[in-house]
Design a protein around this ligand. Sequence first.
Ligand SMILES: NC(=O)c1ccc[n+]([C@@H]2O[C@H](COP(=O)([O-])OP(=O)(O)OC[C@H]3O[C@@H](n4cnc5c(N)ncnc54)[C@H](O)[C@@H]3O)[C@@H](O)[C@H]2O)c1
Ligand SMILES: [Zn+2]
Ligand SMILES: [Zn+2]
Length: 344
Amino acid sequence: MKALVYHGPFQVAVEEVPEPKLEAETDAIVQVELAAICGSDLHIYHGKIAGVLPGTVLGHEFVGRIVEKGALVPFSLGERVVGSFQVACGDCPACRKGQYFACLKGGVYGFGLALGNLQGAQAQRVRVPFARHSLFPIGNLPAEEAILAGDILTTAYGGVRPFLAPGMSVAVVGSGPVGLMAQMVAHALGAGRVYAIDPEDARLEKAAALGSLPLNPKAEDPLARVRKETQGLGADLVVEAVGGDGEALKLALRLAGPGGIVSSLGVPTEEKLEYPWLSAFSRGLTLKSALANIPRWIEEVLALQRAGRLRGSFVFSHRLSLEEAPEGYRLFHERQATKVALVP
Ligand SMILES: NC(=O)c1ccc[n+]([C@@H]2O[C@H](COP(=O)([O-])OP(=O)(O)OC[C@H]3O[C@@H](n4cnc5c(N)ncnc54)[C@H](O)[C@@H]3O)[C@@H](O)[C@H]2O)c1
Ligand SMILES: [Zn+2]
Ligand SMILES: [Zn+2]
């Protein structure tokens, strides 16, 4: 079958790779209907994720149909499903506590040795371990909506919903796909003013269309503006949706007002960050930073999608064939694409 293979920093290619096979009674094989490129794939593309070796099939966002299944998979052949980007067994001590991201047997597709060594979903077919807990039926939801539930929308939902009360001011650092989903969730769940901070005007246009106040740090100081708009206090909830070297998290920590919560969704590529301990102490900040917990929140997200209350497919700027995936990576890396869908 055809798949997108990582060969080293900025080197990806579409190639013939071996067919995935069932390896356990809890496995399923999914025929991919639509895959997508995530900001997390860009960290790999940039060569920043240790453990992703050349030869790895990338991709962890997909919807499709079950075409093969082990005896312990409680779905029907042909059933249309979205994959959670993280695989969880549902049965280990971490899963039983509902902390699926820490599953002792889990992993993330296409993320190499540190995360389960699973082949990715930017492919014609993908093997899904623990299918019962890692796949979710989507009925006839459009693929461009349902695919968001498997990663960026549910990541954003889990980073906003537990912390948001009606009327709260919300600042979102990064208005890429994850930041846009966080803004959409905040608006849908009754936030007050939502501030969108990003150096890319094209991304801020999508933020403004959602009803957020766009702030470009190249044009004005976002900290001064957010404070001015919040009686000098800062935001009640700050969502960091950039990751990488930590510059955005530093800004997020400064944007939060007294009693504020900083919900950090970005994937770090550095081991350490200088933490403004005294100033965070003085403001009574709470910092939450983790891999998303998709199985915990996805049913709520799918219900809101079915009811039409969360519609995120506006985020896609490109729909390419799988063969064009290397071009999709280039466009997304250069921020000429907001989000790229791939059709195998
Ligand atoms: N926690 C999780 O489980 C999880 C899940 C999905 C994605 N992520 C992470 O979320 C982050 C965002 O993903 P994405 O798909 O939106 O990626 P993206 O790279 O497309 O978006 C990042 C956005 O941040 C902006 N940006 C860069 N530096 C900034 C700064 N200093 N201040 C403000 N904005 C800045 C960029 O212009 C871009 O629009 C990535 O780190 C990704 O790995 C985490
Ligand atoms: Zn992702
Ligand atoms: Zn588990």
